[in-house]
Structures are given as C-alpha cells and as structure tokens.
Write a protein that binds this ligand. Structure first.
Ligand code: FAD
Length: 661
C-alpha cells in the first residue's frame, strides 16, 4: 500500500522515529541510524514520535511518581529535539502502536520506521505485531532496529554466546558476552541537528484509533470505580499477552485515577491537536510526591556529579554503600536507565575512563574490582536482561522455565488450566493479608521495614540493600509471602521498575533462583544499625518515632512506657507494635525452605503445573518434622501483646483505629 496523502519525492526518506525506552538524544545507535539516512538517500521529513498506549495506562500498575517521571522525561526530550531544530518536538500519538502507527504511515507517507530494540517479552510481542503489520500492509516501508539499551544485546548474548540457554550467574554472563564482543561498544556521538518534520496534519476522520468514549464503552472496568476488581464483561479485543495479560479487563490504576478528569485519549493528537506531552491532570492523577526529576538533562547532570568525584568512582563499592543514608549513597541513575534517559554504555565508559585515569595518576592506589564496582553493577543489569530474554513466564512462579524454585509461598499467583491468572490479586487468610498490607503500607511495627516502604512510596526509589531487606522480610525472612506480591508493589511504586531486574532480583532475594543461601536472613535491628546507629533514616520516614532515644529506635516496642510517653509515641497507639515475632517466624520460614529445597520442585515441574506441589511439600514437612506445617502457625502468627494493652484490642487494632480517626 502506498501513501495516500504525502508522497516521498525523488526517493527521499520520510522517517518515523519511534522513541520508546530510549528517551534521550545522546548515544543512541537507533537515532544515529535514522539520521544516517540523510547521507544515504536524503531525508525529506523526520517525525520523532511516542505512542501513548492506553493499554499501558490501564493494564499496568503504575503509581503517580513513575507517571510523573515519564512525562517529565518526554517533555525534556521534546525540548532537546526543539533545540536541534526549532520546528521539531516529540510528537505524542495517543493510542496503541498497532493503531496509530499504520495511521501515520498513511497520513505522513512514511518510508522508514526506526526504533531501538527492546528485548523484554511484552515489547517483543508488541514489536512482532508491528513487523507483521508492515509486512502485510506496508511492504514498501523499511524497518531499522538497533540495539542500545544494554551493554550487549541480550538476544545475541543468549543465542550466540550461550547456545540459546538461560544465564543465571554473572560469571556465565561474562563468558557468553565475551563471545559476542571484547567489550561494550563505545557511545556514538550526539546529533547536532535534525531534519524538519513534514506536514503533521492528520485526517482524524480516517483515524483508526478509539476515541475516549469508545474505549470507555468497550471497557466498562475503565470507568467503574470499585473496591474489588471488576472483570471486563465486554472483553477487550486487543489484549496483550505475557506479563500484562493477567491484568486483562481491569483498570488496575483506577484507585489513583479520577475518571472525571481523565481525558488523555480524547483524540490522537491531544486536546489542542498539537501532539503535546500529556499532563498528570489529563490522566486523572494528583501531584507526584517524589523529589526525583525525570529526563535526560537531569540524568546527565547526575552522571557528571558522580564522575566529578574520581575517588568516589574508583572506589565505588556496592556492598559498602549505605542503605539508610539520608542522601543516596549510590548513583540513583536506575530510573534514567530504565526509561533510556541515560545510555548505559555512556555510564559504563565514562566511569571506566575516570577509573583508568585515576589508576594512571595514582599508581598502586586501591580500586574496587568487579562485581562490587560500578561496571559490575551494570553487568548485573545485563545479566537479568539475558535471563528475562531466555525465560518463559519470567515474571511468575508457575510455569517459569528459568526453574524458579517452587516454594509454597502464601498469596502466590494461581492460574487456571489455560494459564490465565485466576484472580489478579489472590486472597489468602487474614493473617497473610494483614501482613502483606502492613508491609506495603509501612506499618509492620518494625521501624526499619516501615521506613523503607514509606520512602519507596514517597520517593519511588530506595537503596539496593534496603530492597534486599524488605524483600527478604516479605518472603523467606518472616512472612513467607510470594515474591510475586513483592514485584507487584515494587512495580507500582518504583520509578526504575524494570521487567528484567524487578522479577530477577525478587527471585534472587527469595532464594527462588540465582541465589540459594536461604539461611542468610537480614536482622531487622542488627543490619540497619551498622550504617545508621542513631536511626536518622527511621526518624525521617517514621516521624512519629523521632523522639525515641537511639537505644530504642529500631525496637521502640521494647522501650518502657515512661520512655514512650516522653517520646510522645505510645507503641500500639501512635505506632504499631510488631505485627509478628521476628525470630519465631524466621525459624518457621527456614524449616519450610529447607523442605522446599530438599523436594526441589521448579516452576515448570509437573507437580507445580498440575497443582499437587503444595501438598507434596506439606507431606514431606510432616514426615520430617513429625507435625503439620500449619500446626505452629496459630502460635507463631499471634503478635505479642503489650502487658498494659486493653484485653479487647490488639496493637494493630489500636493503631488502625487511630490511623482511621
Ligand atoms: C527486590 C529488588 C528489586 C529490584 N528491582 C529493580 C528494578 O525494578 N529496576 C532496577 O533498575 N533495579 C532493580 N533492583 C536492582 C537495584 O536495587 C537497583 O538497580 C539499584 O538499587 C538502583 O540504584 P542506583 O542507580 O543508585 O544503583 P547503583 O548502585 O548506582 O548501580 C548502577 C546501576 O547498576 C544497575 N544495577 C545495580 N545493581 C543491580 C541489580 N542487582 N540488578 C539489576 N541492575 C542493577 C542499575 O541499573 C543501577 O542504576 C532491584 C533490587 C532488588 C533487591
């Protein structure tokens, strides 16, 4: 099919550059390839676009802070494009790619589609749709795809470097990557100019997109607000499979979106017909709470600030950084890498160059080695991308071909015989439900856990070891709750949520895959007090505890009542008493994990797939321990009561009562 409106003259290129998770202009091999067409055949029109997919808005759990970060990053990119050519900007097309891209193919007479490769499962599926669409309906359009989101292309590392097999250790990743190239590619230059866009008018009557009203009427869950999930009675015709399929039919963000104000998808070009970046208001969202600003400009500023401290770069050691410093003790570049505002290769090579210069100038000085140094951190990121690439059902337990070890976690996802999630949020018994909610809301009664979860919600970022602590607590440390629930909460709150790193690290921390030393559990008092004796971090994020003496800051429930009164915070009233017994639960978790490791079932074992795995683990537990796994549950799950607590209400009741009032 040829263009109906604009036609390419003299075989010059009319380029659609599709920005996705590459919201930058520096070190972009895809952008470079697109602009190289000017030398090769000449560019007649250049359209930098972003597809704002409504499916993403209502099928993927995203908190207001990540929306804010994304919109800021898009605005910043748009400004950069305008600086390269005052006629240019980021043209935001409101609609799903498979709808809006064919439309502009026709309307703008596109001859070339260029984008950066994205190897995540959901992205591959989306891109396959576009490839087949081009093949069937627009065979004259040339598609150019360049890798640039990782140090090495995960697909190449897996296919060329590891014979198509999955990778689960940094060593095996290094070996496989070495077969692809000696070192990551050096960054490519930043463009200094851009060709003009062509005519950007669109005959909206021809628009193959769904106006807002149509989306709403086809998807009742979109507009209905309710406390419990609503199934989409109408069914959604173009639902994606993979990680998002489980959310099919639900506006999972309805709790934070005000439908009255929601008008983001009124037309393909937005309310002013100018393809502007949407606003938080148009998504029906309130104000962001984070202080972390999105965009390439901020990413480069942060990188430069890090590089300016050569000693800091040369001696950067992840395990020695502090999870509870008030200012981040690591680079905080992860959200920028996630959205591609920061090129990972620039990050890698700029740091490497600083290290090399430091080594030359300070002969014999101690420098950190891999994997603790910065290069090691970025390599871990690549390793998870490779694992995700090679693993079917990576984001879940059942059917996970990475052989995520099967542990009968509470509140884990359950699927029907067709592999569909039975409920988007499995319900468990009251104790597990309450433990999960308390964890998510930062009211477990363990200040270390609560402070981290509150920082996560407020800022959208927490330190790596803080992530370790809360992930360990929720899963194998104390609660025995599925890592799937953890990924879901991180997905909602993290700015840097990543489909490879998030499930991968949760599998690691829960000792389901990648790591197996399940007996190493973080102490809720001993671990944080190593780097923050006085509890400044706790005082910041749990201000109700601010006046407690240092001695009790990590365990305020152990303070005498006179101390609590003096601190103006009665445990059980103004701050919850511990929701569980740390040591007892740790012992219970360890016992169950030991059995799970012995039985050694994996995500795709027949017992897991046919639903008999949990019974098998329970039977082995009884055989080994001489009692039922659940026998001790009653005892262990009863929170300790304060001596002076009224008999008719537990500490959590009193805290909730107070919070509600
Ligand atoms: C349970 C859990 C969930 C996580 N979820 C995510 C996630 O969704 N997205 C995400 O980017 N990171 C995730 N991480 C990894 C890591 O915690 C963050 O990348 C890191 O804390 C980001 O802070 P930073 O940029 O200051 O990191 P730095 O220490 O400055 O490291 C530089 C970069 O290296 C990469 N990196 C470092 N450690 C890891 C790691 N363990 N895995 C993958 N990449 C790493 C990141 O891109 C990071 O920006 C998770 C870790 C845990 C324990």
């Amino acid at each position: 099919m040829t263009s109906t409106k604009a036609k390419s003259e003299a075989n010059k290129a009319r380029v659609l550059y599709w920005f996705r998770t590459d919201l930058r202009i520096h070190d972009s091999p895809a952008l470079q390839a697109a602009l190289a067409l000017d030398q090769e055949i000449g560019i007649e029109a250049f359209y930098p676009i972003w597809c704002f997919d409504p499916q993403y808005v209502w099928k993927h759990r995203v908190g207001v802070n990540r929306w804010n970060f994304l919109l800021e990053s898009m605005s910043d990119l748009s400004t950069s494009l305008t600086k390269l050519n005052p006629k240019q900007k980021l043209f935001v097309l409101r609609g799903s790619p498979e709808k809006v891209i064919p439309l502009v193919f026709k309307e703008w007479g596109i001859t070339h589609l260029v984008f950066e490769k994205d190897t995540a499962a959901y992205a591959r599926q989306r891109d396959e749709l576009i490839f087949s669409l081009v093949k069937e309906r627009f065979p004259h359009i040339k598609v150019i795809v360049k890798h640039g989101h990782n140090l090495y292309d995960p697909e190449e590392v897996i296919k060329k470097g590891n014979g198509g097999k999955v990778i689960t250790t940094l060593m095996s990743w290094k070996k496989a990557a070495a077969k692809v190239a000696d070192a990551p590619a050096r960054p490519v230059p930043t463009p200094t100019s851009l060709p003009d866009p062509g005519d950007t008018s669109i005959d909206i009557t021809r628009a193959d997109t769904k106006p807002l009203e149509k989306i709403k009427s086809e998807n009742p869950a979109w507009t209905r607000r309710a406390n419990k999930p609503i199934k989409d009675e109408a069914g959604s015709g173009n639902a994606m499979e993979g990680p998002f399929a489980k959310l099919d039919g639900l506006n999972v963000n309805r709790e934070i979106m005000d439908d009255e104000k929601f008008d983001c998808f009124d037309t393909i070009a937005g309310p002013d017909k100018d393809f502007a970046v949407p606003t938080l208001e148009s998504l029906g969202l309130g104000k962001a709470t984070t202080h972390i600003q999105g965009g390439e400009t901020e990413a480069l500023r942060r990188l430069q600030a890090f590089l300016d401290d050569a000693v800091g770069v040369a001696t950067f050691s992840k395990p020695k950084s502090s999870p509870n410093s008030l200012e981040p003790s690591t680079t905080l570049l992860s959200p920028y890498l996630k959205f591609g505002c920061m090129s990972v290769r620039k990050f890698y090579w700029d740091s490497q160059d600083v290290c090399d210069k430091y080594a030359r100038e300070h002969k014999g000085a101690t420098m950190t080695k891999e994997p603790e140094n910065l290069a090691g951190q970025l390599e871990f990121r690549d390793m998870y991308y490779c694992a995700e690439y090679a693993t079917a059902k990576y984001e879940r337990i059942e059917g996970n071909s990475l052989s995520s070890r099967f542990i009968a976690w509470k509140l884990r996802n359950k699927y029907d015989k067709d592999g569909q999630l039975i409920e988007p949020r499995p319900r468990g018994d009251e104790v597990d439900e309450e433990r999960f909610s308390a964890w998510k809301e930062g009211r477990t009664g363990f200040p270390w856990i609560d402070a981290i979860m509150r920082q996560l919600k407020q800022e959208g970022w927490i330190h790596h070891l803080a992530r370790h602590a809360v992930a360990c607590y929720l899963t194998r440390g104390q609660c025995y709750i599925s890592w799937e629930r953890g990924t879901e909460v991180f997905d909602e709150y993290l700015l840097d949520w990543d489909p490879a790193s998030n499930p991968g690290n949760w599998m690691w921390l829960s000792c389901s895959a990648f790591f197996s030393q399940y007996f190493r559990v973080y102490g809720l008092e001993s671990f944080p007090s190593k780097t923050d004796k006085k509890g400044a971090y706790i005082r910041k994020y749990c201000p109700e505890l601010a006046k407690f003496p240092d001695k009790f800051i990590y365990n305020p429930a152990s303070a005498p009542i006179s101390v609590q009164e003096k601190a103006g915070c009665i445990i059980g009233q103004d701050y919850p008493a511990p929701i569980l017994d740390e040591q007892k639960e740790k012992a219970r978790c360890l016992a169950r994990l030991k059995v799970a490791y012995e039985v050694n079932l994996h995500g795709d074992s027949p017992d897991v797939m046919n639903g008999t795995a949990e019974d098998k683990l329970k039977a082995r537990f009884k055989e080994k321990m001489g009692r039922d796994e659940d026998d001790e549950e009653e005892e262990a799950s009863t929170p300790k009561k304060r001596k002076n607590a009224p008999v008719d209400s537990g500490p959590m009741d009193r805290f909730l009562k107070k919070a509600k009032s």
